[in-house]
Design a protein around this ligand. Structure first.
Ligand SMILES: [Ca+2]
Ligand SMILES: [Ca+2]
Length: 504
């Protein structure tokens, strides 16, 4: 009986999706767009501290939760690289960092001979009759001058900015260079003066004035909760000013992680947990990050309201994703650049025509999958050069199995393989980690050395990406290379010796 009920539910969803795509107006008026619009929302450095994703018990994100109720939330979704540029390059081109060799903050893929003319996701929408628009951070950095901008999107709105800034840094000088972005906290300003507010306002204007005879692909990239995490009192008030906001950490957690795990974030402006605690900044950082997350959530709510007000919600696919996670003390660090869950797990929600409401998918999913998924949902021309897998089956029935795990890479030779239950990490020097994510969701106990896990590790190893390309030309910033024959690791141009103390 249950099976029939399930089948009936799936058929209703399929029929509902088809009906949503083709309305009476389409039949009466062939010029009315039968293709759905797409609202494509990126959030920079947003980890899984989102209500619907359960990464933090106190996170307040009612608008993303509202979107998740309308669509499918991918609860085991992961970035392909724990850093902006390589993660976004992978998503936009539909290929892995291990294929492009783009692992650092530079180069821009458009500067590379092999990728300069490759059709990126927004260009594929344009080629299929869409009007394409963008504001904020979608690509990482400049795409290469006005001519190239026009090739990427039809219409460009405001770029990403922090907006209102305090007169000077709110926290004391941070280690490893006192980077101006390493700052957070509360200072008096107006939400309306924040860059993300202005980006949302621009996107709302585009939704209101969208031509009726052409579907749109509107990409909106929010900057927060990327550092500097500034927010107004209203957003801080959502979170208790006590230690109940702190994430759970294990003091000696790095005792069983390989030394090579430190090489991936050897020397960075993001402070270690030790510094954050010693400078009485841990609670402030956590509250600031959560406050910024809730603020961005409210801006997403403004976009969803605009779609409702314009009568476009029924015919618009909304995709929400974060480009990678962020540590706030877990494993002794803040920031990204790790192959653990807090760095690789991202919020991913897809809602709209053809998507079953309320879906909760626990199968592994990758940001890389968005390109083929959107091709399926919008009926675009198929492409044979994409490395992701369409999530369309999971959007109809979230329990549909996927054999392929999610794979995250950070520089050549360092990879995490996340299956439904396990996380396997292999570093360039062959050191390994294995975590049972069901029994040990915080990844506190590395069980890679246990003999009973040998076959499990072998099964995960089969998914290590091929090719595993070396660095693309002009790679820079957060770059690590390793020569196994000499055991020499080079971080940002400087050799790391086996006995060097770990920078703190
Ligand atoms: Ca980012
Ligand atoms: Ca540990």
């Amino acid at each position: 009986m249950l099976r029939y009920q399930h089948l009936f539910f799936v058929m209703c969803c399929l029929l509902g999706g088809l009906l949503a795509e083709l309305t009476a107006e389409d039949i009466a008026n062939p010029s009315h767009p039968a293709k759905p619009n797409v609202l494509f929302i990126a959030i920079d450095d947003q980890n899984d501290w989102i209500g619907a994703f359960g990464g933090h018990p106190l996170a307040q994100t009612p608008q993303i939760d509202r979107l998740a109720k309308r669509g499918t939330a991918f609860l085991n979704a992961h970035c392909q690289a724990p850093l902006c540029c390589p993660s976004r390059t992978s998503l936009l081109l539909g290929v892995r960092p291990t294929t492009t060799g783009v692992y650092g903050l530079s180069p821009s893929f458009r500067s590379l001979e092999h990728w300069k003319d490759r059709v990126a996701l927004p260009q594929h929408f344009k080629a299929n009759g869409y009007r394409t628009l963008t504001a904020g951070k979608i690509y990482h950095g400049d795409v290469g001058g006005p001519q190239q901008r026009e090739r990427e999107f039809d219409v460009w709105g405001p770029a990403s900015t922090v907006g209102a800034l305090p007169q000077k840094k709110l926290i004391g000088p941070t280690p490893m260079g006192n980077h101006p972005f390493m700052d957070w906290g509360l200072f008096p300003h107006k939400d309306e003066d924040k860059g993300d507010f202005q980006i949302a306002s621009w996107a709302i204007d585009q939704i209101k004035s969208a031509p009726k005879n052409k579907p749109f692909f509107l990409a909106t990239g929010f900057f927060l909760p990327h550092v500097p995490c500034y927010a107004t009192q209203k957003w801080f008030d959502l979170y208790p000013d006590d230690d109940s906001v702190l994430p759970r950490v294990k003091e000696d957690d790095r005792n069983d992680t390989p030394r090579f795990s430190w090489y991936l974030h050897w020397n960075l402006p993001e402070p270690r947990l030790k510094w954050v605690i010693e400078n009485n900044q841990w609670r402030n950082l956590v509250r600031s990050y959560l406050a910024c997350t809730s603020f961005v959530d409210s801006q997403i709510g403004r976009l969803l309201d605009a779609l409702d007000d314009a009568g476009l919600s029924e015919n618009t696919i909304v995709v929400l994703w974060g480009d990678h996670g962020w540590h706030l003390g877990e494993k002794g660090i803040t920031g990204k650049n790790s192959l653990w869950e807090r760095s690789t797990r991202v919020p991913l929600v897809i809602a709209g025509p053809g998507v079953c409401p309320g879906g909760r998918c626990h199968q592994p999913a990758e940001l890389l999958d968005l390109y083929p998924t959107l091709i399926d949902l919008c009926g675009l021309t198929r492409r044979a050069d994409l490395e992701g897998l369409s999530l369309a089956p999971q959007l109809i029935d979230a329990t549909t199995r996927r054999d392929r795990p999610a794979i995250t890479s950070h520089n050549q030779g360092n990879h995490a393989i996340r299956s439904e239950r396990w996380r396997y990490i292999r570093y360039a020097d062959d050191s390994e980690e294995l975590y049972d994510m069901e029994r040990d969701p915080h990844e506190w106990e590395n069980v890679a050395a246990k003999p009973e896990h040998a076959s499990l590790i072998a099964a995960h190893r089969q998914w290590l990406p091929k090719p595993d390309s070396p660095l693309a030309a002009n790679s820079a910033h957060r770059i690590l290379t390793y020569d196994k024959s000499t055991d020499e690791a080079i971080w940002e141009g400087k050799t790391i010796h086996r006995n060097d103390p770990i920078p703190q």
